[in-house]
Design a protein around this ligand. Structure first.
Ligand code: HAS
Ligand code: CU
Length: 635
């Protein structure tokens, strides 16, 4: 490893790096790919497909509710539709999308060549894919779960849901969370250990911070869900009585376990979105963000606080009122770190020279919609108010304002912003703006009336309603808005796809951005960086005055005598070089392991014997995975 100034590395080194980091182009090569950008892209594309499916489900439900007394769906089908819509959006779209974006971007942003455990990454993706596809197929053949995304016991127990639907939910969701945990570990270790020399924690981009907080939250939030779904599975398949009141179990235990996961879950989705917003606000205000430290502390504060609020989903269960007061206060406290970030972004825009490109436009949409959703959040956090609107369409309005406002608008901003890096092409600004107004107007028309419908007493999760209750006009309006919203998403997506064929070439740094991912060509080469960059501030590209040749100095890390995949590991806090991390190459075994575990986890609903059989297969796959490469196969 030798320090070098600016001059580009030689062609021989570049060819060597290509060889070491490449993979065979055939099918086996594709299936065995482990590179973070390949896996990240797979996560994002798969999550987008699930977003599309869940969106179709939503439109079918809105069509059913457009007028009173329609029978497009039977009550049983309607139950499956809202359950699958919620489950798909929360588990199969939002979290994997955020993780996928992180997997793609984090190494580029911190100056690493890959994530720290590439094969584990690939394994997580296969688990996610198998779980998601299984659940979706169950729904498509009419065997979908139907007890809501929170799957309350005893409704979801064996007595009230005897069919197969809930078994599919229990097994696939438990299995899926393995993927979430794997990704979280990967993200945490990568951020803590692979930051480029000089990138102290205090210089890490805010998006990286937000991913770090998200990953820690996943680590603590998913185990209660895994535990709960395992217990429910045992109740259903083995005959235990965890949630069976008559036999001494406790259905409220399900609610506690679910919401101890479920409340952090919504912030797991929000926090990385806030990171996207911070990136976009910085770049399009053309100045360093105001309040870097308060923003980091707010992210961490939200992460901590969100584990102490879960009971606000259970205000109507009949728990002691003193206890409810604690959870109401804790819920309202979250307004503080949320507000701190909003004010920091506002101040940055105020003091900067904002450029109203599409990414910033979507961020402004986020500010408007998310703030409204946050305010209704504070309203429902007040216990007496919640007693009035719980399980009504008011809550449906609240959570769509925060989820679409707080996660989808930032994601769209992020897609428009980073797509040129992924694809090498710039999407059309004009089309993105048209899509923005369709989405923004469609969204508000679809969801604002639901507040009022909630006040007028319309419960959530009813498949139809009687005429003359004063609900008809608002429902029709909402359905019209939903179609406009869906169309807006289609236009947005079409713009990205179209630009990959006919867009303008983006170049390395089309937005004049500040962070390291823009120092690489678009799309980046398989090894990301020819030299491991050396960082001297929070905005490496701005401090270097751009990305011209030699602007970012780096450490050469390629040994022609002993070519292998490697990246530089540094110390946790101040990113001093520590050791060369050699990374494993492509392998099929992560896929085989995921399939073997699926035999055990999902197969358990067919026959419990599949659990030991899957375990043995998994053991074989693991042994092969971990076998050190023979000399002639290296790297
Ligand atoms: Fe929520 C239900 C409370 C934020 C998602 N939420 C849900 C559900 C989802 C969800 C999915 O306390 C439904 C789950 C289900 O299927 O049943 N939520 C809050 C509070 C906040 C909040 C206090 N939620 C989110 C975010 C989400 C999300 C973010 C996803 C991304 N939520 C609740 C409660 C329920 C609930 C109850 C249960 C309802 C029921 O009956 O079932 C806060 O984090 C919001 C903070 C943000 C702001 C805006 C910016 C801050 C500023 C500072 C000044 C503001 C002040 C407040 C001082 C507040 C600008 C003034 C207050 C006024 C009213 C004017
Ligand atoms: Cu909550």
């Amino acid at each position: 490893m030798s320090a070098a100034g600016g001059a580009a590395v030689g062609d021989a080194v570049r060819a060597g790096l290509e060889r070491v980091w490449g993979r065979p182009p055939d099918l086996v090569g594709r299936l065995s790919a482990v590179n973070h950008r390949v896996v990240g892209k797979r996560y994002m594309v798969t999550a987008a497909v699930f977003f599309f499916l869940a969106g179709i489900q939503a439109l079918v439900m809105r069509t059913q509710l457009a007028r009173s007394g329609l029978d497009l769906l039977t009550p049983e089908q309607y139950n499956q539709f809202f359950t699958m819509h919620g489950t798909t959006m929360m588990f199969l779209f939002a979290v994997p999308m955020m993780e996928g974006l992180g997997m793609y971007l984090i190494p580029l942003m911190i100056g690493a060549r890959d994530m720290v455990f590439p094969r584990l990454n690939a394994f997580g993706y296969w688990v996610y894919l198998i779980a998601g596809v299984t659940l979706t197929v169950a729904f498509l053949v009419g065997r979908g779960p139907d007890a809501g995304w929170f799957n309350y016991a005893p409704l979801s127990g064996p007595s009230f849901s005897p069919g197969r639907g809930i078994d599919f939910w229990v097994t696939t969701i438990t299995f899926l969370e393995v993927a979430a945990l794997v990704a979280a570990v990967e993200i945490i270790v990568t951020i803590l250990k692979l930051r480029a020399p000089g990138m102290t924690m205090g210089r890490a981009p805010l998006f990286v911070w937000s991913q770090l907080v998200m990953a820690f939250m996943i680590l603590f939030a998913m185990p209660p869900l895994i535990l709960a779904s395992l217990m429910l599975g045992l109740d259903r398949m083995v005959g235990t009585h965890f949630f069976h009141a008559a036999a001494g179990g406790d259905p409220v235990l399900w609610q506690h376990l679910f919401w101890v996961f479920g409340h952090p879950e919504v912030y797991i989705i929000l926090i990385p979105a806030l990171g996207i917003v911070s990136s976009v606000v910085t770049v399009f205000s053309r100045r360093p963000i105001i309040g870097y430290a308060p923003i980091v502390m707010s992210l961490i504060a939200i992460g901590f606080l969100s584990f102490g609020l879960w009971v606000h989903h259970m205000f109507t269960v009949g728990l002691p009122v003193m206890g409810l007061g604690f959870f109401a206060a804790a819920s309202m406290m979250i307004a503080i770190p949320s507000g701190v970030q909003l004010f920091c972004w506002m101040a940055t825009l105020w003091k900067g020279r904002p450029v109203l490109s599409s990414p910033l436009l979507y961020v402004l949409g986020f500010v408007f919609v998310f703030t409204l959703g946050g305010l209704t959040g504070v309203m429902v956090a007040a216990v007496p108010f919640d007693w009035q609107v719980h399980d009504s369409h008011f809550v449906v309005a609240h959570f769509h304002y925060v989820l679409i406002g707080g996660a989808v608008f930032p994601l769209l901003a992020g897609f428009h912003y980073w797509y040129p890096k992924l694809s090498g092409y710039l999407p059309s600004e004009a089309v993105a703006k048209v899509a923005f107004w369709m989405i923004f107007i469609g969204f508000n028309v679809a969801f604002f009336p639901l507040h009022e419908l909630g006040f007028r007493g319309m419960p959530r999760r009813v498949y139809t309603y009687l005429p003359g209750l004063g609900w008809d006009a608002l429902n029709l309006l909402s359905t019209a808005g939903a179609y406009l919203l869906g169309l807006g998403f289609a236009v947005f997506a079409a713009n990205l796809v179209w630009s990959a064929f006919a867009g303008r070439r983006a170049g390395a740094d089309p937005w004049g951005a500040d962070s390291l991912e823009w120092a690489t060509p678009s799309p980046p080469p398989v090894y990301n960086f020819e030299r491991i960059p050396v960082v001297r501030g929070r905005h490496p590209l701005w401090e270097a005055g751009g990305i011209g040749p030699g602007a970012i100095s780096g450490l050469e890390m390629y040994d022609p005598e002993f070519p292998r995949r490697e990246t530089l590991a540094t110390t946790v806090m101040d990113a001093r070089p520590e050791f060369r991390r050699t990374l494993p190459g492509p392998s099929l075994w992560p896929l085989v392991l995921a399939a073997a575990l699926a035999v055990a986890a999902i197969g358990s609903m067919v026959d419990l014997w599949l659990i030991p059989i899957g375990a043995v297969l998994a053991w074989i796959a693991m042994a092969r995975w971990l076998r050190p490469p023979r000399a002639e196969e290296a790297p």
